[in-house]
Design a protein around this ligand. Structure first.
Ligand code: NDP
Ligand code: 2IT
Length: 448
């Protein structure tokens, strides 16, 4: 970046921070995109003059509301919920809902902002949004979760619709929660519509949606490795998380004969130096998906549990962070570099901190940012919307084939915009490719 470009970036970020004080995660996500696009953006006089960067970083609207619900013991509880409808230049708002005690407006704004460019990269007609609540589903009964979801939808239903805004799952929101939300939407609207994605297969859900984010991440990783003359087979992969993304990422890795050497949850990680077998993976899936248990409960030969630790210190060739934002920090990145890691492929959204990105970039590690590598989830959500609109459902093989094609097209878009002399800068590539389309659409609409 030239000093003039840096000056523009600093000036822009000073204003953004002033307008969004204390929203650290949102500032982080914006800075990364703005730094990637600034050299191109400054050459586009018309975009620059119509303040596309200022406009694209301002959500169309944020809806905040209280969700009141009743515990099994008959006590009244209230949580805060949001829907950030960030940008619908390319299609109806689209993005997940997160239930986690750490949820704040800043986190949902960062996620909604990232979603704009991720959805743009898929090539499907989807705008960017995110929502959720600081509700903690852990330790709650099924009936409590149901009452919370029904109450949340009682407010949310006014703001969404199949051509307006189509929520889905994210951390703490899986098939069970989507079903409760969907049931309440139908009751309130007296109408069946594809207003949520990630639905059950018997009521409009798409085949492969459950697996899509994890599988898509592995497909992207394979594309990235092949482009740089590496093979996935035989590689040791440190996966973090053991939720939806991590589980199906690990499943596809094992299927492709890579060695999944770790998985984790918020309390610690498991280490399998020889790689998990498919049978061990099935035990973990059962523990996490059906029993909603902890990895510490796992009792399997060849697997050790490390309480209170993250997995980045183990010997591995690839890291796949699939848990949450900023989970891979400077210390972890240094350990990965020391152990000779060749690639980091993000399953989660913004899991790599700013300092860790710098360390990995400097060491020449291939780094696939979530907005490209985890786009398979929302892409299959987009395919679910298409199937709902056509009143048909495709076979799993058909959806998987489309998912694979979309992931390699996203990879190609990143390469087109991010190819350097030796390596592709996937951060720049994904930001520029995602941004250009949205910016051009916004410009075409005039001052709206
Ligand atoms: P799940 O709720 O299914 O799983 C989340 C996993 O991450 C769990 O293992 C959880 O551990 C761990 N985790 C969550 N928060 C923290 C934290 N603060 N510190 C440490 N570990 C944590 O969520 P998903 O798998 O759906 O989502 C994981 C990531 O992938 C998120 O960043 C999400 O935004 C992103 N993503 C999800 C998509 C989807 O389709 N679901 C699509 C694209 C991206 P524990 O059980 O102990 O809480
Ligand atoms: O971060 C994401 O892309 C998701 N949580 C999936 C969103 C969706 O609409 O499927």
């Amino acid at each position: 970046m030239t000093s003039a470009e840096q000056k523009e970036l600093d000036h822009f970020m000073t204003g953004l921070k002033k307008r969004n004080p204390y929203e650290i995660e949102f500032q982080q996500a914006v800075h990364e995109v703005a730094a990637s696009v600034m050299p191109w953006y400054l050459q586009q006089d018309d975009l620059h003059r119509s303040q596309i960067l200022e406009r694209i970083t301002e959500p169309d609207r944020i809806i905040t509301f209280r969700v009141t619900w009743e515990t099994d013991a008959g006590e009244i509880r209230a949580n805060r919920a949001w829907r950030v409808q960030f940008n619908h230049a390319l299609g109806p708002y689209k993005g997940g809902l997160r239930f986690h005690p750490s949820v704040t407006q800043s986190i949902l704004k960062f996620l909604g902002f990232e979603q704009i460019f991720k959805n743009s990269l898929t090539g499907l007609p989807m705008g960017g949004a995110k929502g959720g609540s600081n509700f903690n589903p852990k330790g709650k009964s099924r009936r409590e979760v149901m009452r919370f979801c029904h109450s949340m939808m009682t407010e949310l239903h006014r703001h969404i619709g199949e051509d307006i805004d189509v929520p889905a799952g994210d951390i703490g929101v899986g098939a069970r929660e989507v079903s409760f939300l969907f049931g309440q939407y139908m009751r309130l609207e007296n109408r069946w519509s594809g207003v949520l994605t990630g639905k059950g297969l018997s009521f409009g859900g798409s085949a492969v949606r459950t697996e899509a984010t994890g599988w898509g991440c592995v497909y992207f990783c394979e594309n990235m490795l092949h482009h740089h003359d590496f093979e996935l087979e035989g590689k040791r992969v440190a996966v973090s998380g053991s939720g939806n993304v991590a589980l199906y990422g690990a499943q596809k890795l094992i299927e492709k004969r890579a060695k999944v050497v770790t998985m984790s949850d918020s309390k610690g990680f498991i280490h399998a130096p020889e790689g998990l077998t498919m049978e061990q993976w099935e035990t973990i899936q059962e523990l996490k998906e059906k029993k909603r248990g902890r990895l510490s409960e796992l009792d399997e030969a060849g697997i050790t549990y490390h309480a209170g630790k993250r997995p980045w210190g183990v010997e591995c060739d690839i890291a796949m962070p699939c848990a949450t934002q900023n989970e891979l920090e400077a210390e972890g990145a240094k350990e990965l570099v020391k152990n000779g890691v060749v690639a980091v492929c993000e399953g989660a959204n913004m899991p790599t901190s700013v300092e860790a990105v710098e360390i990995l970039r400097e060491a020449g590690v291939l780094l696939a940012p979530g907005k490209a590598s985890n786009a398979g989830g929302v892409a299959v959500s987009g395919l679910e919307q298409s199937q709902n609109a056509m009143r048909i459902s495709w076979e799993p093989e058909e959806v998987d084939r489309r998912l694979q094609r979309i992931m390699s097209e996203i990879h190609a878009r990143c390469v087109r915009e991010g190819q350097g002399e030796e390596r592709v800068d996937y951060i720049d590539g994904s930001n520029i490719a995602g941004f250009k389309k949205v910016a051009e659409a916004m410009h075409a609409y005039g001052a709206v």
